[in-house]
Design a protein around this ligand. Sequence first.
Ligand code: NAI
Ligand code: ENO
Length: 362
Amino acid sequence: MTKIAIFGVGLIGGSLALCYKGKPEFTVVGHSPNPKSVEKLLKRNVVDIGTTSMAEAVADADYIFLCVPVGMLEDYVQQLVQLPLKRGCIITDVGSTKASVTESSAKIVKEGVYFIGGHPMAGSERHGVEAASSHLFENAFYVLTPAEGTPQAEVDRLTELLKTTKAQIVQVEAREHDDIVGAISHLPHIIAVALVNQVRGYNASNPLYQNLAAGGFRDITRIASSEPMIWRDILINNREVLLKLLKDWNLEIAQFVKLLESGDGDGIVEQFRLAGEFRSQLPERRKGMITSLFDIYVDIPDHPGIIGQITTLLGNARINLSNIQIIESREDVPGVLRLSFRNQEDADRASALLGQQYAVHV
Ligand SMILES: NC(=O)C1=CN([C@@H]2O[C@H](COP(=O)(O)OP(=O)(O)OC[C@H]3O[C@@H](n4cnc5c(N)ncnc54)[C@H](O)[C@@H]3O)[C@@H](O)[C@H]2O)C=CC1
Ligand SMILES: O=C(O)C(=O)Cc1ccc(O)cc1
């Protein structure tokens, strides 16, 4: 029996718990300092055992996952290494930054215990165990950042365990991870929040801004709805990288200012062309950074009851729908429904089923 202890059973910790829960070879223990949260975990059937005691959670654990906000990770590792841990136990985390926790943990872990930093590149703007799903990591990258000197056999052991999540495990050096993830995840969160707040300012004197904001604005700003405390910790932790990235960002924006000031249409076309070319090479349908769901689009004629028909068809076929959005519905044009699913298989089954009656685009 493999015992997995999870500290901080929220979106990511809860999703990990659900990956292992119910498999006969694993026991999943969830820890929270708050008895009410422990009760909730047990009631929702996310863990086999719930406890407020750190010592009970880690007693005899083979793997310990730290899924708390980034700002608390070092303190957790510090507390854990004071407790009696099983020989060979691997402590790992899921924090969105990797350099500080990887470097500080390497200094404090005791003989026979290993720390290997981890970061599943999947998630969403939602938080809490209510948003957890056993499918969250499917097809996503899961980065491991072992410190120098960590035996490869232990990294392989953790990699083997994580295969259950159906993520693709990759090894990256911790500082390189923070540079890259700073650019592709942390900076976009800052930009999304700044953009929403800019428009929020205009909207204060004219609510039409909010009413007209649609499509593109929603797409680019989804992540502005992320959990503030989680992001406070990430941005503060990676601030040196982010300050450099923001300087480069200012240069990019300054370039647009120049193009507009000089009315340089060709220059603008070139910027869009370069961006489009690079973006078209991004891996598609990876969860996490780009989309947390698998979407299909269905053209729907504008008549009453159509959405009910579609959801009934899906329900009868036991295909779980995660989200539904009407993208366009004016009387004179057919509407488009965006249907989101938690995994590729459900999206494919829905496409095949609805494709018999409607025009479906993927
Ligand atoms: N949200 C996302 O999409 C992703 C988040 N991460 C990382 O995963 C970690 C967890 O984030 P989420 O699961 O998104 O957040 P969450 O808010 O859903 O879960 C955080 C968990 O930590 C617990 N927690 C918070 N403050 C605590 C405290 N003072 N003492 C003890 N427990 C406390 C919460 O009760 C909750 O169970 C963070 O380090 C984050 O950087 C990594 C990949 C994706
Ligand atoms: O919702 C999204 O697109 C995300 O960007 C989710 C996310 C948030 C934090 C991470 O460290 C990794 C992934």
